[in-house]
Write a protein that binds this ligand. Structure first.
Ligand SMILES: Cc1ncc(COP(=O)(O)O)c(C=O)c1O
Length: 367
């Protein structure tokens, strides 16, 4: 008989994610190489270097197990010491490692929802109880920070997950709100800044690192359009970095990803140019959708929500036209889709396809 896994492993539901799944596309007669992907929120500018440059990294030797060159480069960028930096195989791995390092069965973790599903999944895998603080649509999905503080007081969570700006709502908390959460939390506060490099006039969260219980999470996957390669990092107190190093598998960041990170950090001006493109693309999308009778929600991120009636049906209808969007049922928002910034030409094609879908009656504009 095949032995059963731990009950926590059996009990979790896998998370839905955006991105291209070739088998699904082929079943719709869509070529995975030519689909327009508005469902994953990566940098629309593409990587900040020629991918051929990565081949200078050895695939024959093991990568540096402590990713030193990359950590030193990141430390310089963020004005911290390398002991405050830990690199991971994407931010997703770091979320899992934080749960492994800090949660045991019976512990509690607080998650500000609706949000990225991997926080709750990682906590549940460790046997922890997830306490959710859900922002209401009527408040424009702004979290009720008073309620967050009350839940922290009542449940004393070992981890608090705050996505900043939030996926999928694009809400961005101000410095005072994050400070208040840090002060109230008895354990670590994970501030997932996977999308912060696309926020205009973001405030510097590293100024809150001296609090000691702040863990900043970054995704170079998102920043630099490296979704196929995967790279993320944590900025935190050296004690947290040491705990993550113990929990991580050896050589967790491959040699090409380490080199990609170092090369990306040398490209001055790339992130500024990316923000400019995001601004232009989102402006065009918003205006176009409003003209079609839809109402995109405000967002500080490189994506936004729009209510379409039946999110799943809308996604299917666009998929038949070779375009992928993120239906938001897995966030508990079945009437919304999430659209990411893409190059302007692709945005025009999306708008034309949305016009076709609306004419065909596959979605009802929410006015
Ligand atoms: C909020 C958030 N954090 C982390 C991740 C994962 O990032 P990475 O691709 O670097 O693992 C995602 C990906 O969708 C995300 O939305």
């Amino acid at each position: 008989m095949v032995p059963r896994p731990r009950p926590e492993v059996e009990a979790v539901d896998l998370c839905a994610h955006g991105g291209v799944r070739p088998a699904e596309l082929r079943s719709h007669g869509v070529d995975p190489d030519s689909v327009l992907d508005f469902s994953s929120n990566t940098n629309p500018l593409g990587p900040p270097f020629d991918p051929a440059e990565l081949l200078a990294a050895s695939v024959e030797r093991y990568p540096d197990p402590s990713a030193e060159e990359l950590r030193y480069a990141l430390a310089r960028v963020h004005s911290v010491t390398p002991e405050h930096v830990f690199a991971g195989n994407g931010a997703a791995e770091l979320i899992r490692l934080l749960a492994i390092a800090y949660l045991a069965p019976g512990d509690r973790a607080l998650v500000l929802e609706p949000t990225f599903g991997e926080y709750a999944l990682s906590c549940r895998l460790m046997g922890a109880t997830v306490v959710a603080c859900r922002a209401a649509a009527e408040r424009g999905f702004a979290p009720d920070v008073g309620e967050v503080l009350a839940l922290i007081g009542r449940h004393r969570p070992r981890l608090v997950f705050v996505c900043q700006p939030n996926n999928p709502t694009g809400h961005y908390l101000d410095r005072n709100e994050v400070s208040a959460i840090l002060e109230a939390a008895p354990g670590l506060v994970v501030l997932d800044e996977a999308y912060v490099n696309f926020v205009e006039d973001a405030w510097p969260s590293t100024s809150l690192l001296p609090a000691g219980n702040l863990v900043i999470l970054r995704s170079m996957t998102k920043d630099c359009a490296l979704a196929g390669l995967r790279l993320g990092y944590v900025l935190a107190a050296p004690e947290v970095v040491r705990a993550l190093a113990r929990a991580a598998p050896p050589w967790n960041v491959n040699a090409l990803a380490q080199r990609a990170g170092v090369l990306a950090l040398k490209n001055a001006g790339y992130l500024e140019r990316s923000r400019r493109l995001v601004r232009e693309a989102l402006g065009l999308l918003r205006e176009g959708l409003e003209t079609l009778g839809l109402r995109p929600l405000p967002s500080r991120a490189n994506f936004f929500l729009v209510e379409v009636g039946d999110g799943r049906g809308f996604r299917e209808a666009l998929l038949r036209r070779g375009i992928l969007v993120r239906d938001c049922a897995s966030f508990g928002l079945p009437s919304y889709v999430r659209l990411a910034a893409r190059p302007v030409e692709e945005c025009r094609r999306l708008l034309a396809a949305v016009a076709g879908v609306l004419r065909g009656g596959a979605a009802s504009p929410v006015r």
